[in-house]
Design a protein. Structure first.
Length: 122
């Protein structure tokens, strides 16, 4: 038997923290609008699909890698908030029912104007 301290159990580690989704930031709004498209409803979407919808095509390898990294971090953020879930054994992500509600509410709030809201409230 070894003498000395035992390793720290992994169950006491804190999960990573993720920032909030902000639909008024142009980057987040663009991602939410792309994900809200109906074309991803059945088969789901991949990093490559989201990347091709968000960024213009480029032949620069370094820029493509930056875009892929940016997209990966956005997918992780959406998964952390429960908007997307990973399809096991594939590179695809499916929008959750909770995610559909969140996306619809955020996009509706983004497109609403104060005069329209006042008409509805009156």
């Amino acid at each position: 038997m070894k003498n000395g301290p035992s390793p720290v159990p992994t169950c006491h580690q804190k999960p990573p923290r993720y920032r909030a989704l902000n639909p008024w930031v142009p980057g987040n709004a663009a991602v939410l609008e792309v994900i809200a498209r109906g074309e991803w409803a059945v088969a789901g979407l991949r990093n490559k699909d989201l990347r091709s919808a968000l960024y213009p095509r480029t032949d620069d390898t370094r820029e493509r890698r930056r875009q892929a990294g940016r997209t990966t971090r956005m997918l992780a953020l959406l998964r952390a908030h429960g908007v997307l879930r990973k399809v096991s054994g594939t590179h695809r992500y499916i929008i959750t029912p909770h995610g559909r509600n969140i996306i619809t509410a955020l996009l509706a709030a983004r497109k609403a104007s104060v005069p329209e809201l006042l008409k509805i409230a009156a």
